[in-house]
Design a protein around this ligand. Structure first.
Ligand SMILES: [Zn+2]
Length: 354
């Protein structure tokens, strides 16, 4: 099989999206849909060479970061981390190479449990020749495809015990194979807050980068030798790093202090996502506050970029009015009829619901 067709199809597809103007979250949806289409066809039915799937991964990664198939700068978060579940700080994408191995794990399973399949009969006749599949070791003069199946058996060996797949009660599933093979990361404490359904996807992506401290800020740029100074572009009074820009910066403080007054809640210079999560708020209030904080982080990031590119920024009051407008829209579109009186009183007092 000529796998270069797969790469070409992907590049053509990604070029057809043709949008550097899309937000990160918009590109994430497209990458996810491309990869899903890929799983649904190619990687589920063929063993694809690692080099080809690495190329597929890099095309998707480049599109996510830069809106095109080629991207020469260092990605802000590694592909392995992006491909981890949201609970481990990733974006929940799947690595196509690992998925391909897991999908082809079906063949290993079939040899154990589906002796009547035509392909298994053929394998028995040509390769196994009566040998036990558990103990079988391939010779050197065999086809690339069969060698790959044997290699996949070795990679999945930890999931088998006495020929039984022990990681799923239903027997071998691609999902359980993928779970065994994928790289694991520590669980993070912030994923439920950032991916809260009250928040806006493009705000969530920036909040994810903030939580991972993965934005390319001037402190980091200075250490890489790509900036001459590290002073904050918004207030000029501090070193531009994640803590300064999103917590202690004078510009950010004006936004959070006034937003806190309008929402009758303290939004001090700390990790606000964590603070709101640990506060004694109702589910609705937590959702609205998280939506507000993520929106503020997003606008601070946009204004920082405006300052860098155009040398001018919006006044904090204008940013706050945009955030309050967004909150009103979110509340009116998501409000359930069976509100508890505590929520009704708070929403009325902060003028988000009449
Ligand atoms: Zn500042």
């Amino acid at each position: 099989m000529d796998c270069s067709i797969l790469v070409e199809k992907l590049i053509t597809r990604i070029r057809s999206f043709g949008s550097k103007k899309l937000s990160y979250s918009g590109r994430l949806v497209l990458v996810s849909s491309v990869l899903t289409a890929l799983y649904n066809y190619w990687v589920n039915i063929f063993v694809i060479p690692k080099g080809v799937l690495n190329k597929v991964n890099s095309i998707c990664r480049n599109y996510l970061w830069d809106g095109g198939p080629d991207f020469i700068r260092c990605p802000r978060v590694s592909w392995e981390k992006i491909c981890s579940p949201k609970s481990e700080g990733g974006l929940g994408l799947r690595d196509s190479h690992v998925w391909n191995i897991a999908a082809m794990g079906k063949l290993v399973w079939w040899i154990y449990y589906n002796p009547d399949r035509l392909w298994v009969k053929w394998v028995n006749q040509i390769y196994l020749k009566g040998q036990c599949w558990d103990d079988y070791q391939p010779g050197t003069d065999i086809s690339w495809g069969w060698k790959s199946v044997c290699r996949i058996k070795d990679k999945l060996a930890a999931g088998y015990s006495n020929g039984q797949w022990v990681l799923d009660t239903k027997g071998y599933t691609i999902q359980s194979g993928y779970e065994l093979l994928r790289q694991k990361f520590q669980t993070v404490t912030w994923h439920k807050q950032i991916w809260n359904t009250w928040c806006i996807p493009k705000h969530q992506f920036i909040a994810w980068l903030v939580a991972r401290e993965a934005l390319l800020l001037k402190e980091r740029m200075l250490s890489l030798g790509i900036a001459a100074a590290a002073d904050c572009l918004l207030c000029g009074k501090g070193i531009e790093n994640h803590i300064h820009l999103f917590q202690t910066c004078e510009y950010a403080r004006k936004i959070f202090d006034e937003l806190g007054q309008l929402l009758v809640v303290a939004l001090p210079a700390t990790d606000l996502v964590h603070l709101i999560a640990s506060g004694q708020h109702s589910k609705l209030k937590k959702g609205v506050l998280l939506c507000a904080v993520l929106a503020a982080q997003y606008h601070i990031w946009i204004q920082r970029n405006q300052a860098r590119v155009a040398g001018c920024i919006l006044r904090p009051t204008l940013v706050i009015s945009q955030i309050m407008k967004l909150l009103k829209m979110r509340v009116s579109s998501r409000l359930q009829p069976n509100l508890v009186s505590r929520d009704v009183m708070w929403l009325s007092s902060v003028k988000l619901h009449m």
